[in-house]
Write a protein that binds this ligand. Structure first.
Ligand code: GLY
Length: 565
């Protein structure tokens, strides 16, 4: 009887989170083109609108996604931009599938212990200022994508964002909040302060006009000269000079040596669907597959909700323990692909009890005050068209405004992706993630990521594109959306509205959204989980093919937060 009550409560919970927003999609964040042949979902109405306008100008989903990415660099620069990196999964109209790696690379002068001071990793160095940045890869990756399958020119997809940067836009409350939260660090860099702070070094307020003339000029130069402006032209030279004068390591030669890599996607099966995920240097594809593989060892449809959440948490814990030990840039370290193997999942499943959480946690004790990071950086763009182009781009400058450095005269915020390396074995990064030698810093290496752009196929045909922002919760969000949408056949907007959980092995805490019913929280505590309640977790975007129509869905939590600010 008790089990039945928990089951019923859980079933209610599975359909009661953010129902109004779930039903009100699409919105200005998630739009279908006028001819209904294309769809786009992003976290920002300007970006989605410019992407949809790109379709109207004769572009396809690939053009639209790139136009959205450049626009997000203007209106959402705390999350992503051309000073950062990205991973792109794309299924082209002709059926080819590519994983384009535009992740940042460490400069040639980078060394394993570059952030270790007096025997201890100094997080300030890897998060703020000249040393924190890797060589940005987004421009090269977008260029590659455009050449592979865009219908418009690179110039045509960049210019609308340049115009918006020049004309300016009204600062959203969410952006104003991010500027305020990082104002002290932005103030350390005059070119950053000149954009985001007023004459008295006070943060620009919500609804004031933000014009970025330098960024507009940089975009226009890329539009005119191509990505070579960025990697071997004026941008690279200016950055090299600024770095040399400000204690950085990046040289213009590092820019010239930047390489986009074409990777082999991680392919797995779940609930009768085929999933394509992003391989290392992302951990995303590997662990999304691993967690789903573990889950399917159990009779998911017979589990009570608390049991299901418990099982998910346990599977996440095993996956994140593997992440900390095994994962890194596969050009530098051997990453066992068997992590995503069904046989390995079976072996892990045998260690999982549905009654009690496993307790053998041995790693360190990183800072757990990470809630503020899990929704406030990185961005995901979903775009698709009925010609068969399906795009998933996850793009980031890492934490809010990356390194906080804007190279004078460029308007470009440089990332702080060097913090995604393991500065020292056992030292936590900004997200509380620890790592091993596999993710140690080395010259020209790429830091490990959790970004998980994902494409879903049924009988060989694309049916969904999705991904998320939110550090390691990206992996958990994508897993949960796939579980609900594919195993439970929920429409993706409902799947995304379910209360989310996240367990990353270290710290050994189960992060739970406050929308989860108290009874389920208590049942999880009884199984031994230490809960940490977060008001809201993550920012996913997806497009699903339903009855021949494209259904775009933007994160209901982001829309809700923006509408209540
Ligand atoms: N910078 C966050 C990630 O790549 O996972």
């Amino acid at each position: 009887m008790k089990k039945l009550v928990v089951l019923l409560l859980g079933v209610c919970a599975l359909f009661s989170v953010l129902p109004v927003l779930a039903d009100s999609q699409p919105s200005q964040y998630a739009q279908v083109s006028a001819d209904e042949r294309a769809a786009v979902a992003t976290v920002n109405p300007y970006a989605t609108q410019i992407a949809i306008d790109t379709i109207a100008r004769g572009g396809n989903a690939i053009d639209a996604a790139i136009a959205a990415a450049f626009t997000l660099g203007v209106v959402d620069g705390h999350n992503s931009g051309i000073g950062g990196g990205c991973f792109i999964l794309v299924r082209m109209a002709d059926g080819r599938i590519f994983a384009i790696d535009g992740r940042e690379m460490a400069p040639a002068a980078a060394t394993r212990d570059m952030f270790v001071v007096d025997g201890k990793a100094n997080p300030e160095l890897s998060r703020t200022g000249a040393l924190a940045a890797g060589i940005p890869g987004s421009v090269a990756a977008f260029d590659k994508l455009q050449k592979l399958g865009g219908k418009l020119t690179f110039r045509e997809v960049i210019l609308p964002a340049a115009d918006l940067a020049e004309k300016g836009f009204s600062i959203s409350p969410a952006l104003a909040e991010r500027i305020t939260a990082t104002a002290d660090n932005l103030a350390k860099f005059p070119a950053s302060a000149a954009i985001y702070l007023d004459k008295n070094n006070k943060p620009l307020s919500a609804f004031s006009l933000l014009q970025q003339k330098d960024l507009a000029a940089t975009y226009r130069s890329i539009a005119k000269q191509g990505s070579s402006y960025f990697y071997s032209g004026d941008f690279a030279k200016k950055t090299g000079r600024w770095m040399a004068a400000n204690g950085g390591m990046i040289t213009s030669k590092d820019f010239a040596n930047y390489q986009v890599k074409m990777r082999k996607p991680i392919v797995s099966e779940f609930a009768g669907y085929t999933l394509y995920g992003f391989p290392p240097p992302s951990s995303g594809g590997m662990h999304v597959a691993q967690i789903l593989n573990i889950l399917e060892q159990f009779d998911l449809n017979k589990l009570a909700p608390a049991e299901r959440y418990h099982l998910m948490a346990e599977a996440m814990k095993f996956a994140f323990a593997d992440r900390a030990h095994w994962l890194g840039d596969s050009d530098f370290t051997k990453v066992p692909l068997s992590i995503a193997d069904k046989r390995y999942a079976k072996a892990i499943a045998q260690k999982i009890s549905l009654e009690k959480t496993t307790a053998d946690i041995t790693a360190g004790n990183p800072d757990v005050d990470i809630q503020h990071l899990m929704q406030k950086h990185t961005t995901h763009i979903a775009a698709a068209d009925l010609d068969g182009n399906w795009v998933a781009i996850t793009s980031t400058v890492n934490t809010s405004f990356g390194s906080k450095v804007v190279i004078p005269g460029t308007g470009v915020v440089l990332n702080n992706q060097m913090d995604d390396f393991s500065a020292q074995v056992g030292a936590a990064n900004a997200f509380g993630l620890v790592g091993s030698d596999a993710n140690a810093i080395a010259a020209r290496k790429r830091p490990l990521s959790s970004m998980s752009p994902t494409l879903v196929f049924k009988n060989g045909e694309p049916v969904m594109t999705l991904g998320a922002a939110g550090g390691p919760t990206i992996i958990s969000q994508v897993v949960q959306t796939l579980l609900y949408a594919l195993n439970d056949s929920m429409p993706v907007e409902k799947a995304m509205a379910q209360a989310r959980i996240h367990q990353q092995w270290n710290p050994n805490l189960l992060f739970v959204e406050s929308a989860m019913p108290v009874e389920i929280q208590q049942a999880l505590q009884k199984k031994g989980h230490e809960l940490k309640i977060w008001p809201s977790m993550g920012a996913s975007q997806a497009i699903q093919l339903r009855d021949g129509k494209l259904v775009p869905v933007a994160e209901p939590r982001v829309i809700l937060q923006n509408s209540t600010k």
